[in-house]
Design a binder for this molecule. Structure first.
Ligand code: GDP
Ligand code: MG
Length: 176
């Protein structure tokens, strides 16, 4: 693909997964380097934007957060519309959230008509002492479904930037 001088890239990325797995905190950690121990349902902001540089070009990711609708099993199709990347998040200390991953992948598939760069994210890896899903289980599900995989902690910032940037680079590779 030939590029014009100053061409900009803007990619929509969605974060999905069960309630309380840490989606909002992953986003605030990545976009603003903030963490909130008592975060309740997300209010207001639909997405946050952060830029990175790939091959000398500025690439902006517009990253969407669910605003808590997932509790009512009603994440709307508008949420998915135009998404070219997705982080599917579970909580390594709560197995039920890992068991929901396939349902989230199905929903994502149903709503997307293009190639979506997808990463499976096992969040809260700081909670090693109450781990309920092994790293191997995460890895093998990711392999079966053809997803990238990473364990993260929004609390101590482990792998958060890495996870988002890996998805954004993959999107860039998909479109360029
Ligand atoms: P969401 O419902 O998926 O958006 O989850 P939130 O981001 O609101 O987080 C739910 C709860 O988990 C909050 O009390 C957070 O402080 C906590 N939390 C989020 N990420 C982590 C993490 O990486 N480690 C730990 N220990 N707690 C986390
Ligand atoms: Mg939230």
């Amino acid at each position: 693909m030939e590029e014009e001088e100053g061409e900009e890239y803007l990619f929509k990325v969605v974060i999905i997964g069960d309630s309380a797995v840490g989606k909002s905190n992953l986003l605030s950690r990545y976009a603003r380097n903030e963490f909130d121990m008592n975060s309740k349902a997300t209010i207001g902001v639909e997405f946050q934007t952060r830029s990175m540089e790939i091959n000398g070009k500025e690439v902006k990711a517009q990253i969407w957060d669910t605003a808590g609708q997932e509790r009512f099993r009603a994440v709307t199709s508008a949420y998915y519309r135009g998404a070219v990347g997705a982080l599917v998040v579970y909580d390594i200390s709560r197995r039920s959230t890992f068991e929901s991953v396939r349902r989230w992948l199905d929903e994502l598939n149903t709503h997307s008509d293009t190639t979506v760069a997808r990463m499976l994210v096992g969040n809260k890896c700081d909670l090693e002492n109450i781990r309920d899903v092994s790293v191997e289980e995460g890895k093998s599900l990711a392999e079966e479904e053809g997803l990238f995989f990473m364990e993260t902690s929004a609390l101590d910032a482990t792998n958060v930037k890495k996870a988002f940037e890996m998805v954004i680079k993959e999107i860039y590779n998909n479109v360029s």
